[in-house]
Design a protein around this ligand. Structure first.
Ligand SMILES: [Zn+2]
Length: 233
């Protein structure tokens, strides 16, 4: 099996993070969560001695966008390391912009890194498709563990994490008004990126994200042509 670079796209609530986590647990992919990566980077020991990291830490902590050229450089370097170490990689929701994906004037970007280190035929954007009302429903019932960060889905009135029993909270990002904004932003940003992949001859694989996560996972496994999932009984 050749190593693969998988990029999961989908509106808020489509389960990108869950599917990436499943690929990591079940098939040994490295789940590259750009948000977490940047957060760890700007808060790494010694970051305060580096003027660039200090600037980006300030951006991060005040909720401003990190400098796109800096983000691209850091993510590309890390992707290269993971590829050289021989791991398949899965991104959840990034590259989000044409610039991140394809660089200045369509040259460079993460696309160039993927092509160089994974090869065109091993690059797989996967689009988890759900209806807007599913986004609204899922996000309004979603809680996150304040300790381990795992999401708790579903309607049950559970206030403690099933994994570590930490207290759960509702993210401000999941407020219905904010979700509508995020949906709009998602469409505006993501469609051009998906179209650009297609223009370059990369097949964007569509997966129905409506069923339960493990069923969606079986579809993801199938479109990626991984060894079929066997459930233990
Ligand atoms: Zn927890």
């Amino acid at each position: 099996m050749q190593k693969q670079a998988v990029i999961l796209y989908g509106p808020p609530g489509s389960g990108k993070g869950t599917q990436a986590e499943l690929l990591q647990r079940r098939y040994g992919f490295v789940h590259f969560d750009t948000g977490h990566f940047l957060e760890n980077l700007v808060h790494s020991p010694g970051a305060s001695r580096d003027p660039v990291l200090r600037r980006e830490q300030k951006n991060f902590d005040t909720g401003k966008l990190n400098t796109p050229s800096w983000v691209l450089k850091m993510v590309a370097e890390e992707t290269k390391k993971i590829a050289i170490a021989g791991y398949s990689i899965v991104f959840s929701g990034s590259p989000r912009t044409l610039y991140e994906g394809f660089g200045e004037k369509g040259k460079g970007g993460l696309y160039a890194t993927f092509i160089k280190y994974y090869g065109k035929r091993n690059l797989h954007p996967v689009w988890l498709n759900i209806r807007p009302q599913t986004t609204l429903k899922r996000n309004s019932t979603r809680k996150i563990c304040s300790v381990c960060g795992l999401p708790k889905l579903g309607k049950a009135k559970v206030n403690h994490c099933p994994f570590c029993e930490g207290p759960l909270y509702v993210r401000t990002l999941d407020d219905p008004k904010i979700i509508k904004e995020r949906l709009k932003e998602y469409r505006g940003r993501t469609y051009p990126v998906l179209r650009e992949f297609e223009k370059r001859g990369i097949d964007v694989k569509k997966v129905n994200g409506e069923p339960a996560p493990y069923k969606v996972f079986a579809s993801v496994v199938k479109v990626l042509k991984l060894a079929p999932l066997r459930l233990k009984k």
